[in-house]
Design a protein around this ligand. Structure first.
Ligand SMILES: [Zn+2]
Length: 126
């Protein structure tokens, strides 16, 4: 059985809000949560005040600012689809367990989740 990934609906709302707010720039945040035996539970966004660009995810990783509950990342693709870019895939591989991408028009339906290998993962909004 595939472990479940759970993300609270208010976190999804925040992702949508921030993605719209910073548009046409890219929104980026860390996710905090817990890995449990039966899956991954996301608790909240950990903000990183930042003028983002497509390279920014990597930049932040190299700054070593992870909190102890760091579990993954979320970022927006203001233009284009919600699949990971080559750059994203390199970053995903670096750290974290789950990586969300949301694209324009920034709706629940435009949110997708990927593992470190770039494979799409199913998730539940709870
Ligand atoms: Zn990206």
């Amino acid at each position: 059985m595939q472990p479940t990934i759970k993300i609270p609906s208010d976190v999804v709302e925040e992702i949508i809000e921030f993605s719209r707010e910073v548009y046409p720039n890219e929104f980026l945040a860390f996710l905090e949560g817990k890995v449990k035996t039966d899956g991954v539970v996301i608790k909240n966004l950990a903000y990183y005040p930042h003028e983002a660009s497509e390279n920014s995810v990597t930049t932040i990783y190299h700054m070593g600012t992870h909190t102890t509950d760091f579990i993954g990342t979320v970022h927006s693709h203001p233009n284009g689809d919600n699949r990971p870019s080559k750059q994203d895939l390199r970053t995903f591989n670096h750290d974290g367990v789950v990586h969300f991408i949301i694209n324009n028009p920034f709706r629940k339906e435009s949110l997708r989740c990927f593992g470190n290998d770039g494979k799409e993962l199913e998730f539940e909004i709870v």
